[in-house]
Ligand binder design. Structure first.
Ligand SMILES: Cc1cc2nc3c(=O)[nH]c(=O)nc-3n(C[C@H](O)[C@H](O)[C@H](O)COP(=O)(O)OP(=O)(O)OC[C@H]3O[C@@H](n4cnc5c(N)ncnc54)[C@H](O)[C@@H]3O)c2cc1C
Length: 379
């Protein structure tokens, strides 16, 4: 046996490490079991937006949950910085979704109206701006930009540094991290959970499944379900350039280091070792039409990553009725929601139960008897 803990977390990505840090802050003894360094991890492949606009169409509770996360990010940022000295470069002065041409502008206007008309959604002040209004805030846009939507809650961070900050901070709080120890089975015996790994067994009073898309396989071991519908996304990165983009876009952002990231493709293909170059060409072309001066820059790298995606696009947070003390957490937007995971979800797990409002909205029971196809609840 490797050890006995209050909580064992399966998965050391952004979700697992945020929850582990949150539990460590509350004085819980925590073990995080993870795969090896080259495992598929959305947490190393993402676009790093802390993003609110257009989240929650079809599930108003998700809008509120996202607004809450955005508002809690400054506290998370401050706490991580104070504890680790790492600056995760949080910028939250609002973000854009730009449109090219009148058809896209009309489609976006309709989406904004549908979001506003949802009963029970939080007011997150997403509004349409004309091209002239956008130009006042983003002076370098090209002539094809027809306008766009703006949301003052939107922002971005340095996502890899955030990931590092969580791992640094959780270890400082005494959380034990076990890489190269994938969990093969979980059983509940004698009032505790036993998690089997190739190097031995971990025992814990509670278990949190934060293994990304692998939650689909692990959840039934503890009487839960997590129907997933992962997608692949590609990102293109340019060389560094002078600051030109004071607000992030859904598809373009300038990092704190000066590079320009271009992204947001979506494919059903799930091999992250290959790149679909025609998709990169379309993304780059759209970026050039939005900011023509980007044509001067060289692309320095590009990658594809597999999104952790519950089947309808909305988060799954659940607790087991048959295995009390077992929880599952998975979502797209693990950067955006990191503050909620670190503070709210960790607090609920420490207290032993998810709040009924959260379970009511995000339980995987919503999929029972439902063949909902892969959705697009994330944007
Ligand atoms: C291209 C792309 C762009 C994105 N852009 C954004 C964005 O702009 N904003 C945003 O908020 N989000 C974005 N995301 C989503 C975000 O990255 C994810 O929501 C987040 O990283 C999910 O974290 P996770 O910990 O659930 O999953 P992962 O990072 O995949 O981690 C899961 C972990 O579980 C481990 N694991 C799996 N099976 C086992 C097992 N049996 N035992 C032990 N460990 C196991 C894996 O090794 C892995 O370390 C993007 C994702 C992609 C791919």
């Amino acid at each position: 046996m490797i050890g006995d803990y209050d909580v064992a977390i399966v998965g050391g990505g952004l979700l697992g490490s945020a929850i582990a840090w949150g539990l460590g802050r509350l004085g819980q003894s925590v073990a995080v079991l993870d795969e090896g360094d080259i495992a598929k991890r959305a947490s190393r492949a993402n676009f790093a937006l802390v993003w609110v606009q257009s989240k929650g169409l079809g599930m108003p509770a998700y809008t509120g949950w996202t607004v809450r996360a955005s508002k809690a990010w400054p506290t998370l940022n401050a706490e991580l910085k104070e504890q680790t000295g790492l600056d995760v470069a949080l910028q939250q002065n609002g973000g854009f979704h730009l449109t090219l041409g009148e058809v896209e502008y009309a489609q976006r206007t309709e989406l904004v109206a549908r979001m506003h008309n949802q009963v029970g959604a939080a007011d997150y002040r997403m509004e349409m701006l004309t091209a002239a209004e956008v130009k006042k805030m983003l002076p370098l846009i090209g002539p094809e930009v027809s306008g766009g939507s703006f949301c003052p809650f939107d922002g971005h961070v340095n996502s890899l540094r955030t990931f590092r900050a969580f791992h640094t901070a959780m270890k400082q709080l005494g959380v034990d991290y076990f890489p190269e120890q994938p969990v093969s089975s979980i059983a509940r015996e004698g009032g505790e959970f036993r998690l089997a790994t190739a190097r031995g067994e971990i025992r814990a009073a509670k278990v949190v499944l934060a293994a990304g898309n692998a939650n689909q396989t692990l959840a039934p071991m503890v009487g839960l379900s997590a129907p997933m519908g992962p997608t692949r996304g590609q990102i293109v990165v340019t060389e560094r350039t002078m600051p030109f983009l004071p607000h992030p876009l859904t598809t373009i952002r300038q990092t704190d280091e000066g590079t320009v990231m271009i992204g947001d493709s979506k494919e059903d293909e799930l091999d992250d070792r290959v790149l679909n170059q025609p998709i990169n060409a379309v993304m780059a072309d759209r970026a050039l039409r939005m900011f023509p001066h980007l044509a001067r820059l060289n692309v320095v790298r590009s990658w594809s990553g597999i999104r952790v995606m519950p089947r309808d696009g909305f988060p799954v947070y659940d607790q087991s009725e048959t295995h009390p003390g077992a929880f599952v957490a998975c979502c797209h937007s693990g950067v955006t929601l990191a503050s909620n995971h670190a503070f709210d979800i960790a607090g609920m797990i420490a207290r032993g139960a998810l709040e009924s409002e959260l379970v009511g909205a995000f339980s995987a029971r919503r999929f029972d008897g439902d063949a909902t196809p892969n959705g697009s609840g994330y944007y």
